[in-house]
Design a binder for this molecule. Structure first.
Ligand code: GDP
Ligand code: GDP
Length: 466
């Protein structure tokens, strides 16, 4: 088990900048606006030979709990609880502020190991700030420059000193997990050796991403599912900006839930933030096995909803639709008929996609949603034996053979399943490039029906037979 680090400190001291440096990617949102980093995130990070997870936090804000700041503060308290080590950051360029001391008190009370980080040490006049930093009472300040990458070796040593060698050098698990899931993308499925397909493993945590337009109710849904105020929700569109993960269990099944930012942005000033968030959403989709797309049932099937489904299918993930805010629908019978018709017509690439009506606010329909998720996950993992496939193919060839092209009939020799997650098939044929798309679509739809594979992307690769 590796350890978890929370980077804490008042707004603008440079937490996100250090976070980015440790995580090695532009994941956190850096901005000069105080308090722009709003949510909690956990990401695998590296500091030389140390591997750990970083929880990036909102920073402590002193304000009443009814406000956004108050809620951010509550989030930070959760982060402190989950962290094994705290980086408490002060700004040696600006010097100490009253807030710093108040926050340092909270950190000290947590009893967690702390490394006091004095950032912006490269700035002119930082020397004075460095001396002041002692006054927060958290020991010796480690001077660093998050922006310029200075002081990192000292930071490494301070981590080891604070945790002890044994804790500090745990094995690295999260990084491998990500690498593994990303390796599934664009995988070459031309190897027809079906025996290599791994069996469905129910003991591994199922990775679920929750996506959808801003205000569709993603955060409310996740809160309702995990029954804890872990995510910020509110009427401000796009308040949940980054993807974060929550570990959870449903009926004994281990689950890792990802919340993503809303994928659309209206306000211009926010454009920069939103662009990063979209790629973050994509990242979450790639990380996930199942993607719950939250539709606002009062305004369903906006163009962007369809684009999200397309993206999920392209990435080979399995979608489940949640028609949320069903409590606001006056004519549920008619609405249901309309949604059914639209789902079938607008999403032919995932025929049979599971869609569930629910209210994240009242909690109705959540069990149905999770049943659909598990069912879809099973289909996404399913595998059909080569024997069954070829008996099916015989029937197809007898009744609906491929068309003739330029006077010559296309031949199909055999079919085999090369992979799962999503199901991928290899079709051995005389002339792969001559096979019409319409016939391939026909085959995929027939396969879907014959072997009960609704609602998941299906890959079909054609290979030249000798
Ligand atoms: P957070 O709100 O506490 O997460 O702080 P940010 O990471 O967003 O940084 C706040 C500002 O401080 C940004 O303008 C950063 O570019 C700047 N900053 C961060 N680290 C350093 C540093 O090491 N030196 C200097 N001079 N500025 C920094
Ligand atoms: P997000 O931007 O997708 O994370 O959306 P939020 O979870 O922040 O929800 C946006 C707004 O919709 C909030 O005001 C929620 O209270 C409200 N909302 C979410 N789910 C429901 C629901 O099932 N019914 C109703 N009536 N309102 C909901």
């Amino acid at each position: 088990m590796s350890f978890k680090v929370a980077i804490l400190g008042r707004p603008n001291v440079g937490k996100s900048t250090l976070f980015n440096r440790l995580v090695g990617k532009k994941l956190a949102l850096v901005d000069d606006t105080p308090g722009v980093t709003r949510d909690r995130r956990v990401h695998p990070a590296k500091l030389y030979d140390l591997h750990f997870d970083v929880i990036d936090t909102a920073g402590f804000e002193t304000a009443a709990a009814a406000t956004l700041q108050g809620r951010m503060r509550a989030q930070t308290e959760i982060a402190i609880r989950e962290a094994d080590l705290i980086f408490f950051m002060v700004d040696s360029k600006s010097g100490l502020m009253p807030d710093d001391k108040a926050f340092a008190d909270i950190v000290r009370r947590s009893g967690k190991p702390v490394v006091l980080v004095a950032n912006k040490a490269e700035a002119r006049g930082a020397q004075g700030g460095m001396l002041e930093a002692w006054e927060v009472g958290l020991g010796e300040p480690i001077p660093i420059s998050a922006e310029h990458g200075q002081g990192m070796p000292d930071l490494r040593d301070a981590v080891i000193a604070a945790l002890g060698e044994e804790r500090a050098f745990g094995e690295e698990d999260t990084v491998d997990e990500i690498a593994e899931s990303e390796a599934l993308i664009g995988e070459d499925i031309t190897d027809p050796d079906a025996e290599d397909i791994p069996a469905y493993d129910e003991t591994k945590p199922m990775r679920i991403a929750v996506v959808g337009r801003p205000n569709a109710g993603k955060s409310t849904l996740i809160n309702a599912l995990v029954e804890e105020e872990r995510l910020l929700t509110g009427p401000e569109a796009g308040i949940t900006r980054d993807s974060i993960s929550v570990d959870w269990e449903w009926r004994g099944r281990r689950i890792k839930l990802f919340d993503t930012a809303g994928m659309r942005r209206k306000a211009k000033i926010q454009e920069k933030l939103e662009k990063m968030s979209v790629s973050d959403g994509l990242r979450a989709i790639r990380f996930a096995e199942i993607v719950i797309i939250v539709f606002d049932a009062t305004i369903p099937f906006e163009k962007q909803d369809l684009q999200i489904v397309d993206l999920i299918v392209r990435e080979g993930r399995a979608p489940v639709i949640a028609f949320n805010k069903w409590d606001l629908i006056d004519n549920p019978q008619e609405m249901l008929a309309e949604l059914r018709e639209k789902t079938t017509r607008l999403l032919p690439q995932v025929r049979g996609i599971r869609a569930v009506t629910l209210s994240a606010e009242t909690g109705r329909g959540l069990d149905k949603l999770m049943e659909a998720v598990l069912g879809t996950h099973r289909v996404w993992n399913s595998r059909v034996s080569t024997g069954k496939l070829n008996r099916w193919l015989e029937g197809i060839l007898a009744h609906h053979p491929p068309p003739a092209v330029a006077g010559r009939r296309l031949k199909i020799k055999y079919i085999t399943q090369a992979k799962t997650r999503p199901p991928g098939f290899v079709l051995s044929t005389s002339r792969p490039d001559a096979m019409p798309q319409s016939y391939i679509r026909y085959l995929v739809n027939s396969l879907r029906e014959a072997f009960d594979l609704p609602g998941v992307p299906i890959r079909m690769v054609l290979r030249a037979s000798e």
